[in-house]
Design a protein around this ligand. Sequence first.
Ligand code: SF4
Ligand code: SF4
Length: 316
Amino acid sequence: MIVSSEFSPPAFMWNEWYQSIGGRKIDISEVNDILTAIKEEQSPKFKGPVNPIKTEFKSPEEASKIIKTKAILLGADEVGIAEIEDSDIYKGRQISEKLAIVVGQKMLWRKFQVVPSHDSAVECLRVYYSLGEIVIQLAQFIRDLGCECTVEHPIGDSNVLHIPLALKAGFGELGRHGSIIHPKMGPLFRLGSVITSMDLVCDSPIDAGIAKFCDNCKACRLYCPADAIPDNRSPEAGKDHIGKDRYVIDTGKCFPYFATHNYCSACLAVCVYQHREWAKDYEGFTTKLFPDLDFKNPPEPSDPDTLKHWYPKIKR
Ligand code: SF4
Ligand code: SF4
């Protein structure tokens, strides 16, 4: 059993956070339909029968390859495996699984041509739903092999923090904007996980020079409409997976803007790593090289004592 560490952040408390800004403000029918579908259609499929006949693999390498191949066939754009540490579990939670199979799926750049916007909000939710299907089906595949596992949906009441697990699984590096930048996909992707105690081979974190690049680039910091992205790293926030001090996003400023402006996402869309040789739509659509920004009425930051998602000092 792994119990959350004393430094673990609290789990997402959407209701309390929305209350702190006067209630949920984003009211887009497609978004509402997807949220309902996640709750009513996907949640009941988080659990499933485990085949009593367990498949024997020649080696952990073979098992890992089979699981990863399945994840890609199900629609994942990236998959990696990481050991779960106590600091990867939300405060007050405990799990019995030791490994996370992290899956990522990219969002379509053509939906982020204006940010924040109706299209960018719907695209975020579309990928949350789509990734949800991937982790649900991957979990059932693992159960069919005779192994226990748990779905950790990309949105909702997850027990684990997908970002640190994905960093350990080699997805990329933590950008100044607090999201992972993948060397090929850039920052426009979402994460989900299946956790299990299968005997698998863990991947390794990567250092592709991205975090170093962030130290000289401030595009996301300059464009953030809520002034939530910092100028400097915060040594008191602990090290990231490659030993660098973290950039700490002020979620008390970000969340009120994010939650009232179509999930914002501006920091991802303006990120320089979205605008290099892959600054094109993945399916051949002609797009702008840089998004239009539609920033209106930034709200006041929430009270510092308000419940919010915070990043404490975590040593890795
Ligand atoms: S989501 Fe928007 S408000 Fe939040 S950090 Fe990114 S750019 Fe700033
Ligand atoms: S916009 Fe620049 S500083 Fe911000 S995360 Fe991307 S590369 Fe790093």
